[in-house]
Design a protein. Structure first.
Length: 539
C-alpha cells in the first residue's frame, strides 16, 4: 500500500532540550509549532553568552519572517535564514562581548503536504518511514562530508577529534539569501506513515542513527516519550554537549510501526546488529556501544557496570513516562488541567493544547507541564472569580519542567502571582508572563531553580521576587518594563544565592533589581544587557 501525504495540521510533535552532563549552560534552542508546520533546532556557537544570543536572534528573526506567507516555501526558508545570519553578524560586529558568535541550524517547514528544509552546519534532520531511517541533510563539516561520502563509518566519524569543525555557519559573514554554498535547501514529501527528527550534534554525536531509529519506533505514538528517550540516551552516553531534539509524527506512523512489529510477532524491530530490548544480546551490544562513547559503566567494578547497563536498558525500554493531553479533541484527552494533574506522577508530562485555561494550576512534585506550542496555551483568571489568584503553584523535591506556558493578567481579571515556586529543582523555560501582578514569578524556600528563555512584561509589580531562603539561576530571559510606575524587574533578598546573567532588560535602565549593594549592582549590570527602548521585542 502506498501511504498518502500528510499536512502540518495532522502532525503531533514534541521537543526537549538539555544542557548535557559536561556543559554549564545551554546554547541550544528549538522551534516546534505543528499548527504552523515550523520545526527547527538551533545550536549557538561562541561560548558563554554569545552562543545563546546568536541562537536567540536566529529564532526570533526566523519566526518573524515565516509569519509573512510571501514567496514559495523554499524562498521563505532561505530568506529567513539569511535575515537571521545578517542580524547575528551585525550584532557581533557592533558588540565586543558578542564578537565571533554564530550558530548552526536546521529548519523544516511543512506546507500543503510538502517538506522544505533549510540547513546550515552540522545539526541534522532524519526522516523515518516503514523502510527505515534516512538523513536528509548533509553535515557541513570535513568529517561529515567524509561520512556522507562513505569514506569513513558513522562510528569513526562520531569519535573523530575534528568532528565539531564546520565550514558553514549562520552569522560569521554577511550573506545574500541566494549565495551559493550558504543555505542548503532540501525538498521532500511527508507521507502519512512517516516521522521527522531534527537534532543538534549533542544527540547525533553521542547516539548512532540505528539506536535513534530504534528508540523512535519503540515510543512511536508518544512524541514526548520519543524526545525524552533520545535525550536520556545521549546523556547516558556521556552528554558531552547540549542536546536538543524536535520530533514530528504523521498520523499513520505509529500504526505502521505496530503493524510491522505484529507481522514479525516481536517488539518493534531493533536496528541492524541490535537485538530487541530486554534480551541478553541487546544488553551486551548496548553496553559495548556505550563503552565506545567513553562512559564509565565499570567505574565501581565489573558488577556495578553490569547493573548500570541493566538499569539503562530498563530506563529506555520499560519505565517510560506518560503524557496526559489537555484541551485536545481525542478520546484520551482531558478538558481540565486539574483532572490530568490528579493522575500524573513524578516523571509524567501534562501537555496543554493551544487555548485559554481559567483555572488555578497546582503542579505535583516531579511532573512536567508544557504547552504543545510555546506561547499558545494561556493561564488566565475568569472574570468575576473571587479571592487571591495564583495562576500556577509548584512545590516538591523532585523538580520538574514548566515550559512554553503563557500567563496573562488583565485589569478586569487580575492575577496576584503568576507562578509561586517552592521546593527544589524546578526548570522554568520559554514562559510568557504579561500584565499587572504583584509578582510574575515568586520563589519562596526554593532551591536549584532555573528560569531560562522567558519573556516577562509586568504592567505593575516585580517580574521575579526571591526570598532569602531561595537560590536560582536566571539566564537568557527578556524583561520588558511597561510605561508608568513599575517595580524593578527583580526583588532579591539574598543576591549571593542568585545568578543573574545574559538577560535582556528593556526600559529599566540601571534599575533592574532591588536589594543589591553597589558592588552587586555593578556585577548585575555588567553580566546582562540593558536596552533603553521600551518597545517589546519579538520572541
Amino acid at each position: 500500500m502506498i501511504a498518502g501525504r500528510t499536512s502540518a495540521a495532522e502532525l503531533s510533535a514534541a521537543t526537549r532540550t538539555d544542557t548535557g552532563r559536561e556543559r554549564t549552560n545551554n546554547e541550544d534552542l528549538s522551534l516546534c509549532d505543528p499548527d504552523e508546520g515550523i520545526f527547527a533546532v538551533i545550536d549557538g556557537v561562541g561560548g558563554q553568552a554569545a552562543g545563546e544570543i546568536a541562537a536567540g536572534i536566529a529564532r526570533t528573526v526566523i519566526l518573524e519572517r515565516l509569519a509573512r506567507p510571501l514567496g514559495t516555501p523554499a524562498e521563505r526558508v532561505r530568506e529567513a535564514i539569511a535575515l537571521a545570519n545578517n542580524e547575528i553578524f551585525k550584532e557581533a560586529d557592533e558588540s565586543l562581548a558578542h564578537h565571533g558568535m554564530t550558530c548552526v541550524l536546521t529548519l523544516a517547514l511543512v506546507t500543503d503536504r510538502h517538506l522544505t528544509i533549510g540547513h546550515v552546519g552540522d545539526s541534522r534532520l532524519y526522516k523515518l518511514s516503514p523502510a527505515g531511517i534516512r538523513k536528509l541533510t548533509h553535515d557541513h563539516s570535513p568529517i561529515g562530508e567524509r561520512e556522507d561520502a562513505h569514506q569513513i563509518s558513522e562510528a569513526d566519524a562520531m569519535r573523530h577529534p575534528r568532528r565539531n569543525e564546520v565550514f558553514r555557519d549562520v552569522g560569521s559573514e554577511c550573506h545574500d539569501k541566494d549565495d551559493e554554498g550558504f543555505v542548503e535547501i532540501v525538498e521532500d514529501t511527508l507521507e502519512s506513515d512517516c516521522a521527522l527528527l531534527l537534532c543538534t550534534d549533542g544527540l547525533s554525536d553521542m547516539v548512532p542513527s540505528s539506536i535513534i531509529d530504534h528508540l523512535v519506533r519503540q515510543h512511536a505514538g508518544n512524541p514526548q516519550a520519543v524526545v525524552d528517550a533520545l535525550v536520556l540516551a545521549a546523556n547516558d552516553a556521556g552528554g558531552k554537549d547540549n542536546i536538543t531534539a524536535v520530533y514530528a509524527e504523521a498520523p499513520d506512523f505509529a500504526r505502521a510501526v505496530r503493524a510491522g512489529a505484529s507481522s514479525r510477532g516481536t517488539l518493534p524491530e531493533a536496528p541492524a546488529g541490535l537485538a530487541s530490548p530486554g534480551s541478553q544480546s541487546f544488553s551486551g551490544q548496548f553496553r559495548r556501544w556505550a563503552l565506545t562513547r567513553g562512559t564509565t559503566w565499570f567505574a565501581c567494578g565489573a558488577i556495578a557496570g553490569v547493573v548500570a547497563v541493566l538499569l539503562l536498558v530498563w530506563r529506555l525500554g520499560v519505565a517510560e513516562s506518560r503524557t496526559f493531553i489537555v484541551g485536545g479533541t481525542g478520546e484520551q484527552t482531558f478538558t481540565r488541567i486539574a483532572d490530568a494533574m490528579a493522575l500524573a506522577r513524578a516523571g509524567d508530562v501534562v501537555q496543554l493544547e493551544s487555548g485559554t485555561y481559567t483555572e488555578q494550576v497546582v503542579v505535583p512534585d516531579g511532573v512536567d507541564l508544557e504547552a504543545r506550542t510555546a506561547g499558545k496555551a494561556t493561564l488566565a483568571r475568569a472574570e468575576g472569580a473571587a479571592g487571591e489568584w495564583t495562576a500556577l503553584t509548584a512545590a516538591g523535591s523532585s523538580g520538574g519542567r514548566i515550559a512554553g506556558i503563557r500567563i496573562e493578567s488583565t485589569a478586569k481579571a487580575p492575577i496576584d502571582v503568576g507562578m509561586r515556586i517552592s521546593g527544589q529543582g524546578r526548570r522554568i523555560e520559554l514562559v510568557d508572563i504579561d500584565g499587572p501582578m504583584h509578582a510574575g514569578i515568586e520563589l519562596t524556600q526554593a532551591t536549584a531553580v532555573t528560569i531560562r528563555g522567558s519573556l516577562i512584561h509586568p504592567a505593575q509589580g516585580a517580574a521575579i521576587t526571591i526570598d532569602d531562603t531561595s537560590e536560582a539561576t536566571i539566564t537568557t530571559n527578556t524583561f520588558v518594563r511597561s510605561a508608568g510606575p513599575v517595580e524593578p524587574a527583580l526583588s532579591i533578598a539574598s543576591a549571593g544565592r542568585t545568578v543573574v546573567a545574559r538577560n535582556v532588560f528593556v526600559g529599566y535602565g540601571t534599575d533592574i533589581s532591588r536589594g543589591l549593594s553597589a558592588e552587586e549592582r555593578l556585577q548585575f549590570l555588567s553580566g546582562n544587557f540593558i536596552v533603553a527602548s521600551e518597545a517589546t521585542p519579538g520572541r
